[in-house]
Design a protein. Structure first.
Length: 172
């Protein structure tokens, strides 16, 4: 996948760290606003002296997905778990200055896509956890391990009327 915002994600052929065995979901502890893009988060983490953004994938308020830290490098998102986990963050987690679950339907759809792609890439049924499973924090605002992250099938509506083809040479 190239750098930049995408509505869909394709990680086919992207090199990844082979020891990753789980996914950890985070929020940015910000209001759900578009101004908190992946470059904002990268600058925040670089300002802390880190080598790059701590998360591998980043979901913006509109559901856009951006690459963060390369998948072949260990993350910097959950102390004690960085050597074994992919980190995905979504913008949000605060409303009126208070911690709350701000995950939107578009962001949830993007998380489902990210998780499905990471599972496809690794060939593993990677379990999904919340940051709060490993640290005393509200992050990401819900229990990710209890969510169904299975992609929904694209259900197309069918025309219930059956159109019978007639033979133009047939006599009625």
């Amino acid at each position: 996948m190239t750098q930049g915002k995408k509505k869909k994600i394709d990680l086919t052929g992207v090199p990844y760290y082979p020891y990753f065995k789980e996914i950890i979901i985070h929020h940015t502890a910000t209001p759900s606003e578009k101004k908190y893009d992946v470059e904002w988060c990268r600058a925040l983490h670089l300002g802390k002296g880190w080598s790059d953004i701590g998360y591998h994938l980043y979901v913006e308020a509109d559901g856009s997905i951006s690459m963060g830290r390369p998948l072949h490098k260990r993350g910097a998102h959950c102390s004690g778990r960085n050597m074994m986990s992919f980190g995905i963050a979504f913008v949000g987690g605060l409303k009126d200055g208070e911690p709350t679950n701000t995950l939107t339907p578009k962001q949830r759809e993007a998380l489902v896509a990210c998780i499905a792609e990471l599972r496809k890439l690794t060939g593993k049924e990677l379990p999904v956890y919340s940051h709060r499973d490993f640290k005393a924090t509200f992050c990401p605002g819900f229990d990710a391990s209890k969510e169904d992250w299975t992609p929904k099938k694209d259900v197309r509506t069918r025309n219930p009327k059956r159109v019978r083809k007639t033979d133009p040479g047939a006599v009625s």
